[in-house]
Design a protein around this ligand. Structure first.
Ligand code: GCO
Ligand code: MG
Length: 402
């Protein structure tokens, strides 16, 4: 089999997605997600100008060799742009291999380790009352694990707390929106949210929370301790993880489970956190970790240390990435949970998919490959729109982690 064409497809059915479609001389094709929220065209250009020309004519079955060729061969390794580009190629190649083998991707990876995948959704509000109410709506939809976020009294909109909308993380702002943050107000207010959730919905639902990199290690340790009575499934991105040793300090102080990894690009970014058992869940995801090939290795490495997977699945990862994550999750012996933020109707029309959601679980489906495709004609109807993620400042104007 030979690769005859690789198309890089940029589309904006409500938010920007970058996809790769690899076509072969045997009529099989595969697709991969290359979306890097807010920096989409950097990846599209990296692919078109630097990657695609080197792959035409190659054997698509040589996935590992092509991955090494793009990773080691470029000399300039790692980084979100490079790894999203490699991920898209790698995911499309696994899609082709599984289709050629006549089986769903999870079968090729080693077969199912479970029947279904527990997923988590989001509930948020500008106040605790609003967040508790919205949590109830998600609970009624059947979700058994829900991430809860609330705004802070007297503060303008903060991350993940605005009115629910399918595009609300990056509602196509023409310039980066500036948000305001106060750690002390947050640390005082947030335990009240989880107290209210447990009081209202009891103990039969998993609670998650995302601090979005905004705390220092000692602040995160304090929050972890304060949340212990509510038995969280995890506390996510408590600190900016460049400072990995900071997790030692958090770990010494709290039994609240810790999750991190959505901005990691390679297994090296997670090496210390996993091998020292400083975290409980590794949240790396197919598109940002370099594809299915490294995701398998990360899962196996994490399993040695009892760290479970919890892949990032906000809606800025396309339905293709969700499909690949679902197949990896079906196989991984140490699967933990998968984020499933959901997509709009327009998005799902552009990306026909075999996975389905039912009663709090995701099923990857039995279609051959990873089960997600792209409707190129429809994709062309939604041209790219420049969009930014917000930035974050402390009340005195200091630029802070977003
Ligand atoms: C999450 C994330 C997202 C990110 C977004 C950035 O846990 O789902 O934190 O909301 O902010 O994916 O593009
Ligand atoms: Mg997050």
């Amino acid at each position: 089999m030979k690769i005859t064409d690789i198309r890089v497809i940029v589309t904006c059915p409500g938010r920007n997605f970058v996809s790769v479609k690899i076509v072969t001389d045997e009529g099989l094709h595969g697709v991969g997600d290359a979306t890097l929220n807010g920096r989409e065209l950097a990846v599209a250009t990296y692919l078109t100008e630097h990657v695609v020309p080197t792959l035409i004519g190659r054997d698509p079955h040589r996935i590992e060799d092509i991955w090494q060729y793009l990773y080691r061969g470029a000399y300039w390794r790692r980084g979100p742009v490079t790894m999203a580009a490699i991920a898209a190629i790698d995911t499309a190649l696994w899609d082709i291999k599984a289709k050629a083998a006549g089986m769903p991707l999870y079968q090729l990876l080693g077969g199912a380790s479970r029947d279904r995948l527990l997923v988590y959704s989001h509930a948020q509000g500008t106040t605790i009352e609003e967040a508790v109410e919205n949590f109830g709506r998600k609970h009624e939809l059947g979700y058994r694990a829900i991430r809860a976020q609330t705004g802070l009294p007297g503060m303008p909109h903060v991350y993940g707390t605005g009115p629910y909308s399918v595009t609300n993380d990056a509602d196509l702002d023409a310039m980066p929106r500036e948000e305001v943050w106060s750690t002390s107000k947050y640390l005082n207010y947030i335990p009240g949210l989880f107290e209210a959730l447990r009081r209202t919905y009891g103990w039969d639902v998993e609670l998650l929370h995302d601090s979005h990199h905004r705390l220092t290690p000692i602040e995160a340790a304090r929050l972890g301790k304060d949340l212990e009575p509510y038995r969280l499934f995890w506390l996510e991105d408590a600190v900016a993880a460049e400072h990995q040793e900071g997790f030692r300090l958090i770990r010494q102080h709290t039994t609240t489970p810790l999750a991190v990894g959505e901005v990691f690009n390679t297994i090296w970014d997670a090496r210390l956190l996993i091998s020292e058992q400083l975290i409980d869940y590794i949240r790396m995801t197919t598109v940002h970790a370099g594809g299915v090939t490294p995701m398998r290795k990360i899962a196996d490495f994490a399993a040695i240390y009892n760290v479970r997977t919890g892949a990032h699945g906000a809606m800025d990862m396309s339905p293709i990435c969700l499909g690949a994550n679902a197949h990896l999750g079906m196989w991984a012996p140490n699967y933990g949970i998968l984020e499933y933020a959901g997509y709009s109707e327009e998005m799902l029309e552009v990306f026909p998919h075999a996975w389905r959601f039912e009663k709090g679980d995701l099923y990857p489906g039995e279609a051959h490959g990873h089960g997600v495709d792209i409707n190129e004609e429809l994709a062309a109807k939604y041209p790219y729109k420049r969009a930014y993620l917000p930035v974050n400042r402390l009340e005195d104007g200091t630029l802070w982690h977003w």
